[in-house]
Design a protein around this ligand. Structure first.
Ligand SMILES: NC(=O)c1ccc[n+]([C@@H]2O[C@H](COP(=O)([O-])OP(=O)(O)OC[C@H]3O[C@@H](n4cnc5c(N)ncnc54)[C@H](OP(=O)(O)O)[C@@H]3O)[C@@H](O)[C@H]2O)c1
Length: 240
């Protein structure tokens, strides 16, 4: 029986690449998204992967959404916490809303998705939790006190929960991408993008598919001895 995976923010950017790579590796995949119906429907039409709309920032919506996915596809074995947002501002200009939105999606969202799935994984003695953190959670970034805090929090969560999952067949790992050519990065002004590329030793942005391949490995049955770890995939920009 093929295992079932859910990818949050799985219809665009890195998440879309992860959904497709997991499908190609033989998994049943559900892709969650927040609000961009047009992109989600296009993704579904092109890939055949079902899409499910709810916000990971809302615990009850996560529990209900997960129940719907499990009714459609069966128990979820693999959770990829990929949904993430930025609301950048230097700290003296950062609003409470900017802080709360980013923590609500990037950190609380990881709790909100993992918590309703945890007991099922424990009972079935198998689970794979993979969270997409960021290079900026490892090194910090000017203008991203909120984002860096949320992504560093994801790494603490990963290391703590890995200890709880180890005896019941659940691995908990993270991937820290560097700068990847997605909407999030392509939205920054070209000059800023050029200065980012100048800081990447391999001399280019990463591809979403390169992050997806890390996730496919961590999600596999073969990766059962890898837990509490972080794969850093940033073109040599920062050695954590
Ligand atoms: N791009 C990079 O260079 C980079 C680097 C390091 C880490 N990351 C991390 O990688 C992940 C994916 O980034 P990306 O660049 O692929 O982002 P993206 O292109 O902006 O796509 C973000 C995805 O997350 C979904 N999403 C946002 N808020 C959500 C919510 N509250 N509930 C459910 N889904 C939500 C979006 O849904 P809609 O389509 O409905 O908007 C979209 O599918 C993020 O966690 C990001 O922090 C990215």
């Amino acid at each position: 029986m093929a295992r079932t995976a859910i990818v949050t923010g799985g219809s665009r950017g890195i998440g879309a690449a992860i959904s497709i790579a997991l499908r190609d590796a033989g998994y049943k995949v559900a892709a969650n998204y927040a609000g961009n119906d047009e992109a989600a429907q296009k993704f579904k039409a092109e890939t055949g992967i079902p899409v499910y709309k709810w916000s990971v920032a809302d615990y009850d919506a996560c529990a209900a959404g997960i129940a719907k996915v499990e009714a459609d596809l069966g128990p979820i074995d693999i959770l990829v916490n990929n949904a993430g947002i930025t609301r950048d501002a230097p700290f003296h200009k950062m609003t409470r809303e900017q802080w709360n939105e980013v923590i609500g999606t990037n950190l609380n969202g990881v709790f909100n998705m993992t918590h309703p799935l945890w007991n099922g994984m424990r009972e079935r003695k198998f689970g794979r939790i993979v969270t997409i953190s960021s290079i900026n959670g490892q090194k910090g970034q000017f203008g991203q006190a909120n984002y860096s805090a949320s992504k560093a929090g994801d790494l603490g969560f990963t290391k703590a929960l890995a200890q709880e999952g180890a005896r019941v067949g659940i691995t908990v790992n993270a991937v820290c991408p560097g700068y990847i050519a997605t909407d999030m990065v392509m939205a920054v002004p070209e000059k800023v993008r050029e200065s980012i590329i100048a800081q990447i030793p391999v001399g280019r942005l990463g591809e979403a598919a390169e992050i997806a391949r890390c996730v496919v490995f961590l999600a596999s049955d073969d990766a059962g001895f890898v837990t509490g770890s972080t794969i850093t995939a940033n073109g040599g920009q920062y050695f954590a």
